[in-house]
Write a protein that binds this ligand. Sequence first.
Ligand code: ADP
Ligand code: MG
Length: 324
Amino acid sequence: RRLDSRCGLSAGLLGESQTPVHTEPMEGVYEVTGELGRGKFAVVKRCVEKASGKVFAAKFLRKRRRGRDCRAEVIHEMAVLELARNNARVVNLHSAHETDHDIVLILEYAAGGEIFDLCVSEEMLPEPQITRLIRQTLEGVHNLHQSNLVHLDLKPQNILLTSQLPPGDIKIVDFGLARRLGAVGELREILGTPEYVAPEVLNYEPITTATDMWSVGVIAYMLVTGESPFAGDDKQETYLNVSQVNVDYSKEAFSKVSELAVDFIQKLLVKAPEDRPTAAECMTHPWLWQQQLCLSPEPMIIRPVRERSCGVKWAAPLEDPEDK
Ligand code: ADP
Ligand code: MG
């Protein structure tokens, strides 16, 4: 069955959200300030709740796009955020407002910006910090998958940080393409960004949780090399690179990258979704825990192996400092 991914017609949208959409003027409640980011149909601005002085991120989603009513898409995005409410690695939905043109999601503010900036910065992040961010991303993704949710648009622009320097904790954002698995049978044909999507998406094959795992591989690749593994000179070339899993693991790109990092990435960037490890399986990969073995002055690496905030207990393959 062909599923239409254009707004309002997509299959698998959640129809109801618990969060009331307030219609009284937003200006009374929030002071909206500078822009934080934007995508195709959304602008995200920093805002301050007047009553509390708390800072939030206001995501303005256009109700009409290309002449269509897209309210259902926005309600779906809210409903997914609600289902992920107990997931500490997902940005929290505080409230929602409606203006003439937009529905505005008032989201927990992630002050550290996108991990994309870490990927493209001159100075590469040390591997112990990269693995901490990947562990947190896997925790978030694992929790989503446990709830039968797939994100389908995981990329460095949609993984934010609570603070920038030193890098804080990750927060996953942008659930516009996220879907609940199982509700409508097979899920196909929802396109993310070609550079970051798995081959099965490009080939209109069934989408599963493994689709997100491919994206985790792309994100890990970008954090360690600073390069996008499949980006071609044009869309055509990118599609070809993805569907042929044409990845550069050459010495140039990987001169400063550990062998375990390469192994981790290679296990995820495989064509057959069923051959990719799950988020829980990834968590036991030695790359993610190797720093626990060496003593280093880097404060980041002596954080507890098991982070208590996210409610996931991982079977760490190495000894846990908390057990001492
Ligand atoms: P789109 O669906 O248009 O891609 P996103 O939800 O990804 O919208 O938001 C666009 C950008 O806005 C993000 O890539 C990020 O830079 C910024 N942004 C989104 N949510 C937040 C947030 N909660 N805190 C800080 N910045 C945010
Ligand atoms: Mg986005």
